[in-house]
Design a protein around this ligand. Structure first.
Ligand SMILES: [Zn+2]
Ligand SMILES: [Zn+2]
Length: 122
């Protein structure tokens, strides 16, 4: 588990303006001596973390965003697998197959050939 980070919520402070984050061991802001609060670890996010006993270093909105991204990636990966058969995933292999004759793969159907030709650099 990643460690939580702290941030300064003094709007006049440079640490706040530049969204500087501090190690958990810091209690006070080294710039303005204000009390530090736990902030989201995500880059560019400086949201105050909800007070829980969990060691969650990210804010709820970043967690939700990450979940969505993960789902999208899985969906994309699934789509890619259905479009490109695993036997021809590597680009050089596909190019080779084309060079050595479409017949290597043509028994898999014309749709496949069309997909492979898309992979070959023009
Ligand atoms: Zn400060
Ligand atoms: Zn966040």
């Amino acid at each position: 588990m990643m460690k939580k980070q702290k941030g300064c919520f003094n709007r006049e402070c440079d640490a706040n303006k530049t969204k500087t984050k501090f190690n958990m061991s810091y209690k006070y802001c080294p710039f303005c001596k204000n009390d530090l609060q736990y902030v989201c670890r995500k880059r560019r996010c400086y949201a105050l973390l909800p007070i829980t006993d969990k060691d969650e270093p990210f804010c709820p909105s970043c967690i939700a965003k990450d979940e969505k991204l993960k789902e999208k990636r899985i969906q994309l990966a699934k789509n890619a697998i259905t479009v490109i058969p695993t036997t021809i995933v590597a680009m050089p292999k596909a190019a080779e197959a084309i060079k050595e004759g479409i017949k290597v793969v043509s028994n898999e159907g014309p749709k496949l050939v069309k997909e492979i030709s898309k992979l070959v650099p023009k």
